[in-house]
Design a protein around this ligand. Structure first.
Ligand SMILES: Cc1cc2nc3c(=O)[nH]c(=O)nc-3n(C[C@H](O)[C@H](O)[C@H](O)COP(=O)(O)O)c2cc1C
Length: 105
């Protein structure tokens, strides 16, 4: 188990409410954590940054774009709005939403 996931079981022992975990999860390790009752929900960070259509990719069991850590926290659009989508229709919808949000700031 990755170091960032070791806190989950300790929190579970001490907290009875709904528990959302994140940190180093893949589709398989997320499914395992949910089935073992270690969490009620799993969140994805870097995998979502690199895969704007992550839900569709999880449903299809991949393939997944690999996050490029060099572009994290960089301040520009690159690495946030230009990872490839599986489907060009979904790409057009999400990209226009992202660009509208960026230019509204
Ligand atoms: C570029 C980048 C930006 C992030 N920004 C935030 C943020 O604004 N707020 C937050 O709570 N977590 C932020 N995170 C942390 C993620 O939500 C998540 O906790 C972390 O990436 C671990 O999950 P992962 O292994 O699925 O990536 C950020 C992570 C990255 C890589």
């Amino acid at each position: 188990m990755p170091a960032e996931q070791r806190l989950g079981p300790l929190l579970r022992q001490r907290f009875a409410g709904p528990l959302i975990l994140c940190g180093g999860f893949t589709r398989d390790s997320a499914e395992l954590a949910l089935s073992e009752g270690r969490a009620d929900l799993i969140a994805f960070g870097t995998l979502y940054i690199a895969n704007p259509d992550l839900v569709e990719r999880l449903q299809r069991h991949g393939p997944f774009n690999v996050p490029d850590r060099v572009t994290f926290y960089d301040g520009g659009d690159h690495g946030y709005v230009d990872y490839p989508f599986l489907s060009s229709h979904a790409a057009a919808q999400v990209q226009s939403t992202l660009l509208r949000a960026l230019h509204a700031q």
